[in-house]
Design a protein around this ligand. Structure first.
Ligand code: ADP
Length: 505
């Protein structure tokens, strides 16, 4: 299909090129007249002098373009000249008569030329632009589907396929991700398992008349593995995976986003069974409002998405998964049954989840024996799966930087600091006095924490400035995870926080 498109485009360009060259050639020929090279041009004064010298034998007055062709000499020595006639020279005929020059007036029939001229100077450019218009129109129609607007130059040239969805398409076997690659998130996996089983054999569901969810909404903070889960569903079921970001639908020109949605579902229909994954769907699925600032393009795109979701043949096995961090901003219509009727929370991992995620990613890098990932998991409460993957990678990078072949425990702990507090900031040089103040401050936190029974043990104190802006920090690592905070624990925490300033004083 692409090759045909290319061929057609190339031949179109060729036509345009030929038309331009023909236009230039013809107008050049007509404009300058087909002047034979043996005709010599002279000035009018020279011509008069030659008449006076009795050199001129024959004169041809050409009233059409006000030129005058004349000859000198006879036989072999005859020469042909051309000059432009003096428009107000009434004495010319008399002078020619006096010198016995044979004169002839030539009133040309220019009507044929005139028509050709008109055709070349007006007709060709018009044809040229009509050609371009027709060409653009066809491209536009093809991109929009045949019911798209018939003429719209907004898109201009360039960029393959206006209105094409540009979704990333991965074949099922090639996603390379299964549920085994997703650590924790057991509830989410369980919910998605049903979709996998439906995609694997839809007949079982169709037989009993069960309707599989058309869409599921993965809700959770960034980096918690929503994309990974969606890919894993495709990988488990062995179906094609289409991935597109919600923001990719938001276009400058009204109607183009909707065209992209249409194209996406058309593609999906051809490749069914398949998964369509729309990342950050809030970019396109925001609640519609009737305020003046409403965005026509976005609404049209959302409407198209809703109607496509209603319209596709569910028995074919197309499941739309979408991810968002802000479900509350979504249009209610998206959440109605038959659309994204299933909401799957994807939360930040707990302690066990963090350790499991670290283990998955650690298996990809070479580690020294006896590494304790548990302490890394304990020192990273609130970290997302993406943060943890990043910690392992940072540790590996650090090992390479120090010329080691394997990652050490120190690499890991250092990269925890990097991911939590940022890189060490070499450009910030503290004065001895400032260093002293920061030392007292951090030691204050640490001593208060150490003196308490309920506080987590202090695992690290540092006064190295970090790119996050911290001049130092005291790290406490909880032994285990708990979900409630008692009044005493809260008081202890406040005391630890105030300990820094108290020590400075
Ligand atoms: P989201 O789509 O929620 O923003 P991603 O799925 O893109 O997050 O996750 C980013 C990366 O973080 C993944 O490619 C993976 O390496 C890592 N990751 C996140 N969650 C997990 C998890 N539960 N198990 C393993 N790796 C994870």
């Amino acid at each position: 299909m692409d090759m045909n498109e290319n061929k057609r485009r190339r031949s179109m360009l060729l036509y345009i090129l030929i038309a331009i060259i023909a236009y230039l050639a013809i107008s050049q020929a007509l404009g300058s007249g087909l002047t034979a090279s043996r005709v010599q041009s002279v000035t009018y004064t020279e011509f008069l002098n030659m008449v006076d010298d009795n050199k001129v034998t024959n004169v041809d007055l050409n009233t059409g373009d006000n030129t005058l062709t004349f000859t000198t000499g006879e036989g072999d020595s005859q020469k042909i000249y051309e000059t432009t006639m003096w428009p107000t020279d009434d004495t010319l005929i008399q002078r020619l008569d006096e010198h016995g020059v044979n004169a002839d007036a030539n009133i040309p029939d220019t009507s044929g030329d005139l028509w050709l001229m008109l055709l070349v100077s007006y007709g060709l450019p018009i044809l040229f632009f009509l050609g371009i218009g027709w060409w653009l129109n066809r491209r536009m129609k093809k991109a929009m589907g045949d019911d798209g607007p018939s003429m719209n130059f907004g898109g201009g040239f360039g960029g393959g396929g206006l209105g094409k969805s540009n979704a990333k398409e991965i074949k099922g076997e090639d996603t390379g991700v299964t549920f085994k690659d997703v650590a924790g998130q057991d509830e989410a996996k369980e919910s998605l398992q049903e979709i996998v089983s439906f995609l694997k054999n839809p007949e079982k569901y169709n037989e009993i008349g069960a309707r599989c969810p058309r869409g599921a909404l993965l809700v959770g903070p960034p980096g918690t593995g929503k994309t990974l889960l969606a890919k894993a569903v495709a990988g488990e079921a062995g179906v094609t995976f289409f991935q597109i970001a919600g923001s990719a639908f938001v276009e400058m020109f009204v109607g183009r986003g909707a065209a992209k949605v249409r194209d996406l579902f058309k593609q999906a229909n051809e490749k069914a069974p398949c998964i369509i994954f729309i990342d950050e769907i809030d970019a396109v699925g925001k609640r519609r409002d009737s305020s003046l600032s409403s965005n026509d393009e976005r609404e049209q795109t959302l409407n198209q998405l809703l109607s496509e979701m209603d319209g596709f043949d569910n028995h074919k096995g197309i499941v739309v998964l979408a991810a968002t961090n802000r479900p509350e901003t979504l249009d209610q219509a998206l959440l109605r049954p038959g659309r994204f009727d299933r909401r799957i929370p994807v939360e930040l991992p707990d302690l066990a989840g963090r350790e499991a995620i670290l283990q998955i990613h650690a298996s990809d890098v070479k580690m020294e024996p006896g590494i304790d990932l548990g302490i890394v998991a304990r020192s990273t409460p609130g970290a997302s799966g993406a943060d943890l993957a990043n910690i392992i990678n940072e540790a590996a990078l650090r090992a390479v930087r120090f010329g080691r072949k394997k990652v050490t425990q120190e690499d890991l702990l250092e990269s925890v600091d990097v991911v939590i507090a940022g890189e060490k900031k070499k450009s910030t040089v503290l004065s001895p006095h400032e260093k002293e103040v920061v030392s007292y401050h951090e030691t204050g936190h640490a001593i208060v924490a150490a003196m308490q029974k309920g506080s987590a043990p202090v695992s690290k104190i540092t006064i190295v400035p970090r790119t996050s802006g911290a001049l130092g920090f005291t790290m406490q690592v909880e032994e285990d995870e708990h979900f409630l905070t008692t009044r005493q624990e809260a008081k202890d925490k406040i005391a630890v926080l105030c300990g820094g300033r108290a020590a400075e004083r």
